[in-house]
Ligand binder design. Structure first.
Ligand code: COA
Length: 335
């Protein structure tokens, strides 16, 4: 079987730690409120001169190191982010220039918290079709520069952090699926009826002008969220996507060695795990120290799991995400 596999994983968190108490100095919130509602203790923020592709570059080089490959071995870049350096072109092109890899295809994925699942799915499909052999898949986000750090924005601002993760995926011939490292499946979903339940309204071409002072005055440049709608849908959709993946591969939750869920909120993760019957010792969480890093979340989790020895070659991984769009999806990987 001609398949794709993960051969390298890496991540990068900017050094500046921002605690819940630090946020309480900027807005009316508390460590107790944030921890109880989300499980978050701290997050990382970039310095003002750092861009999302700077974070992506560090994660990419770490992933290449872990794969034992050079930059020149990459023949495609897929970059998932909701916080690109510029409106256009996409971050994959800016990262490509930093990697000095002219000529190879570079694709941006704008699927927010499900971005890494969509990006992996695209890389997997391109490899299976024979259109690429070694794909760099990056998820990177800078939230800190775009949050409303006043009490008006506290429902959203306390939940997000900056960071990046990256994977190197490569073509492989699988002879024994029970042993050989490969991506078993990806399942993707979306429901645009909920597009405005978690979104960044402006700037945009939906207005008479792309960018107006009226938008700024109304605070439309900050993310807006219906937290309840996100919560209710996430606790259903993430486990549903994992169940779909398990059924498609003729597996049960007991067969899975490591579960990785999108790190938005500890209560969402616990509800998803409960529905699946996934025991706590099989679940990798980073939310306490990363907060929600959107498209960077899953590769950061995978990298931390690999570095801590919880994720080893041959293990079966089930990963799932849910986010703005709404988008959601899952993947099953033999590591
Ligand atoms: N600090 C203190 N108080 C806050 C706050 C903060 N950072 N943010 C909101 N509040 C206040 C609200 O103003 C509201 O006050 P009110 O009752 O006086 O109007 C109150 O807290 C809301 O409390 P509650 O209803 O108990 O909150 P909740 O249990 O619904 O939790 C969320 C709110 C946002 C944590 C929850 O809805 C959630 O986790 N949603 C999913 C968010 C998510 O994961 N988004 C990303 C998905 S990819």
């Amino acid at each position: 079987m001609h398949r794709s596999r993960f051969i390298g994983i890496g991540s990068y968190l900017p050094p500046r730690v921002v605690t819940n108490d630090d946020l309480a100095e900027m807005m009316d919130t508390s460590d107790e409120w944030i921890k109880t509602r989300s499980g978050i203790s701290e997050r990382r923020w970039v310095e003002p001169d750092v861009t999302t592709t700077d974070l992506g570059l560090k994660a990419a080089d770490a992933a290449l190191d872990s794969a034992g490959l050079d930059r020149s071995d990459i023949d495609m870049i897929v970059f998932a982010t909701l916080s690109p350096d510029h409106e256009f072109p996409g971050n994959a092109c800016f990262l490509q220039a930093k990697l000095d890899l002219p000529g190879i295809p570079a694709i941006d994925v704008r699927q927010q918290c499900t971005g890494f699942v969509y990006a992996t799915s695209i890389a997997d499909a391109m490899i299976r079709a024979g259109n690429a052999s070694t794909v760099l898949v990056v998820g990177a986000e800078i939230h800190s520069k775009g949050l409303d750090l006043t009490t008006r924005g506290r429902d959203v601002s306390v939940l997000f952090g900056d960071g990046a993760g990256a994977a190197v995926m490569q073509a492989t011939e699988v002879s024994d699926p029970a042993v050989d490292s490969h991506v078993l499946s990806t399942h993707l979903h979306a429901d645009g009826a909920f597009a405005e339940a978690l979104w960044l309204p402006a700037p945009g071409m939906a207005y008479e002008k792309f960018s107006t002072s009226a938008q700024l005055e109304a605070g439309l440049q900050y993310p807006q969220m219906d937290g309840r709608a996100v919560f209710v849908n996430a606790v259903t959709r993430m486990p549903e996507a994992v169940e779909e993946a398990l059924a498609a591969n003729d597996l049960t939750a007991d067969d899975i060695d490591v579960f990785v869920f999108h790190q938005a909120n500890m209560r969402i993760i616990e509800a998803a795990a409960h529905r699946l019957g996934a025991p706590a010792d099989k679940i990798v969480n980073t939310i306490d120290h990363t907060a929600n890093t959107t498209a960077a979340t899953l590769p950061i989790c995978l990298d931390e799991a690999a570095k801590s020895g919880r994720l080893e070659a041959g293990m079966l991984v089930a990963a799932a995400a849910f986010g703005s769009g709404f988008t959601w999806g899952s993947m099953i990987i033999r590591w």
